[in-house]
Design a binder for this molecule. Structure first.
Ligand SMILES: Cc1cc2nc3c(=O)[nH]c(=O)nc-3n(C[C@H](O)[C@H](O)[C@H](O)COP(=O)(O)OP(=O)(O)OC[C@H]3O[C@@H](n4cnc5c(N)ncnc54)[C@H](O)[C@@H]3O)c2cc1C
Length: 456
C-alpha cells in the first residue's frame, strides 16, 4: 500500500523520492547532528511548492510521520524520522532581492549563507543567525536571533509574508492581510503550522560591518560579563554581539601556546557608520587586556560565516537554553563556574542580547513571547567523538542545572533539546492558548508534530 503510494508520488513530483533501496539513501537520511540516526521510508527532495503539496498529501493519506527539513540544523533532529516521510527543502534555495521594495524572497530551504550572499550584492541584510549553514526556515519560524537583532528585531520580526502548505495540502499566503492568524503563529511558533515554501523579508542597508572576536583571560571573565550586562542595556543598537565561553582554535591570530585554552570571548558586530566601529568597541579594550583579537572591517556575510569551520556537519549535538531577564551576579558566578569547563573547541556558550528592537514588539504581537527578556543563553554541546557523549551531555546538563533557577522558566525553542517538550507552555507564556487555537484550525490532527510541538 505504502509502496504503491511511493510509486505514485514519484510520478507526481519533479524532485527525487529517495527510499532505502535507492542509491544516495544513506546521505539523504542524514542530518547535521550525527547523534540522530533515523531511517525514513522516503525522503522527498522537493523541487517546488507542488512537490511539497504532494509529499504532505502522501504523508497524511498514508498516516505516516512527516518531518520537514530546511537547513537540517535542528539539534533534536526534527528534520528526519523513522519510517515516515521527510519533506527535504534543500533543493529550494533561491533568493531574490527586490531593492525597490526593500524586500528579499527566500525559498523554504535557503540557508543564511544563500540569503546573505544574495542580499549583500545590493548592500542589504536582515537579521539571521551566527552560522551561515543554518536554514532560514527553521531559524525564522522559531524567532531568529543574530548579530542584527538589537537593531532590526528578530528574523521573524522582519517577515512580511510567507507561502505555506498546510496539513490539508493547500498552499496559502500568510501576511498581515491574509490568514493573519497563521502569520502571527509562524513568527515564533516553529514548524507547527505547515511547510513554508517561501519567505519574504524586509531588508536593511547593512553591507560591511566592523567586528570579530576578542579573547579575554578567564580571570577577567567576571569583569567582562558584568561590564557587558551594563553596557548592553543602552548600547547603540548598531552594536550586536555576545560573550562566549570558547576554547581557542588553532588560528594564526591567537598565540600558538594558547591554542586549546578556554577563554571568555567577546564576538562583536558594529553595523553602524564604519568609522565609528573602533570607538564603539573601545570600552572592551579599556576593560581588560585582550589576549588575541581579529577585529576589522569585513562584509557582513564574512562575519556570518566566520565560525562555520568550528561547527561542520557530523558533530554530536546536545543543547540547552533559557531566556534571562536579569543577568544577576549569582548567574554570572554560575557561568564562571561552568563556562571554563567547556570540553572541546566546537562547544560553546553564548549569551545573546535580545533587547533593542526586539523589545519594541509587543509580547502578543507575534508568537515569540519573551519580549522583555534581555538575553537568550544557549549551552551548545557539540563534539566530534561519539564515545564522549556522556561527558559532553553531562557538561551541558550540569551547566543548565546551575543557571536555570536564575533564568526565566521558558527558553528559545530553536535552542532546545528533545527532552524539553514539557517546557512548551513556558516558552510561549501568554501566547500559548492562542497558538493552540490556531493549531486546531490549520493542523487539527497534528500532522506537523515533529517539532517543539504545540498540541491541537
Ligand atoms: C550550528 C548552529 C548554529 C545556530 N545558530 C543560531 C543562531 O545564530 N540564531 C538562532 O536563532 N538559531 C540558531 N541555531 C538554531 C536554529 O535556529 C535551529 O536549529 C533551527 O531549527 C534550524 O533551522 P534549519 O532550517 O537549519 O533546520 P531543520 O532541521 O531543517 O529544521 C528544523 C525544523 O524547523 C522547521 N522548518 C524548517 N524549515 C521549515 C520550512 N521551510 N517550513 C516549515 N517548517 C520548517 C521544521 O519543523 C524542522 O523540523 C543554530 C543551530 C545550529 C546547529
Amino acid at each position: 500500500m505504502v509502496q504503491r503510494g511511493i510509486d505514485q508520488l514519484r510520478e507526481q513530483v519533479r524532485g527525487a523520492v529517495i527510499t532505502p533501496d535507492d542509491e544516495g539513501y544513506e546521505q539523504a537520511r542524514r542530518v547535521y547532528n550525527a547523534m540522530i540516526d533515523r531511517r525514513p521510508a522516503a525522503v522527498v527532495r522537493c523541487a517546488n511548492a507542488g512537490d511539497v503539496v504532494a509529499a504532505v498529501n502522501f504523508a497524511r493519506e498514508h498516516q505516516l510521520d512527516l518531518a520537514v527539513r530546511g537547513g537540517e540544523h535542528s539539534v533534536p533532529g526534527f528534520g528526519t524520522c523513522d519510517g515516515g516521510v521527510v519533506v527535504d527543502l534543500s533543493g529550494m534555495r533561491e533568493v531574490r532581492v527586490d531593492p525597490a521594495t526593500g524586500t528579499a524572497r527566500a525559498e523554504g530551504g535557503a540557508t543564511w549563507g544563500d540569503f546573505n550572499d544574495a542580499t549583500h550584492a545590493f548592500g542589504l541584510a536582515t537579521t539571521g543567525g551566527i552560522i551561515s549553514t543554518t536554514g532560514v526556515g527553521g531559524l525564522t519560524l522559531g524567532g531568529g536571533i543574530g548579530y542584527l537583532a538589537r537593531g532590526y528585531g528578530l528574523s521573524c520580526d522582519n517577515l512580511v509574508s510567507a507561502e505555506v502548505v498546510t496539513a490539508d495540502g493547500q498552499s496559502l499566503v500568510a501576511s498581515e492581510d491574509e490568514h493573519d492568524d497563521l502569520f502571527w503563529a509562524l513568527r515564533g511558533g516553529g514548524g507547527n503550522f505547515g511547510v513554508v515554501t517561501s519567505f519574504v523579508f524586509r531588508v536593511h542597508p547593512v553591507k560591511d560591518i566592523y567586528g570579530g572576536p576578542m579573547f579575554f583571560e578567564l580571570d577577567d571573565a567576571g569583569a567582562v560579563l558584568r561590564f557587558f550586562r551594563e553596557f548592553i542595556a543602552d548600547a547603540p543598537e548598531e552594536f550586536g554581539g555576545f560573550p562566549a565561553f570558547q576554547i581557542a582554535p588553532p588560528l594564526p591570530f591567537i598565540p600558538e601556546d594558547r591554542h586549546g585554552d578556554p577563554f571568555l570571548a567577546m564576538v562583536a558586530c558594529w553595523a553602524g557608520p564604519l568609522d565609528q566601529g573602533e570607538q564603539a568597541l573601545q570600552p572592551f579594550h579599556d576593560l581588560a587586556p585582550v589576549v588575541a583579537e581579529h577585529l576589522g572591517l569585513m562584509p557582513y556575510p564574512a562575519l556570518n560565516s566566520a565560525f562555520d569551520a568550528l561547527v561542520p556537519p557530523g558533530l554530536q549535538h546536545y543543547w540547552k537554553a533559557n531566556f534571562v531577564t536579569e543577568l544577576t551576579d549569582e548567574a554570572i558566578a554560575a557561568h564562571l563556574d561552568h563556562g571554563p569547563k567547556v570540553p572541546v573547541v566546537n562547544s560553546t556558550v553564548h549569551i545573546y542580547p535580545i533587547n533593542g528592537a526586539c523589545h519594541r514588539v509587543a509580547p502578543d504581537a507575534t508568537a515569540f513571547a519573551y519580549r522583555d527578556a534581555n538575553f537568550a543563553t544557549v549551552i551548545a554541546g557539540m563534539w566530534p567523538d561519539p564515545t564522549q557523549n556522556e561527558a559532553n551531555i553531562s557538561w551541558v546538563r550540569d551547566y543548565y542545572d546551575a543557571t536555570a533557577p536564575l533564568s526565566e522558566e521558558g527558553g528559545y525553542v530553536n535552542f532546545m533539546a528533545d527532552d524539553d517538550q514539557d517546557r512548551i507552555k513556558a516558552n510561549y507564556r501568554g501566547n500559548y492558548e492562542r497558538l493552540v487555537t490556531i493549531k486546531r484550525k490549520y493542523d487539527p490532527d497534528n500532522l506537523f508534530h515533529l517539532n517543539q510541538n504545540i498540541r491541537p
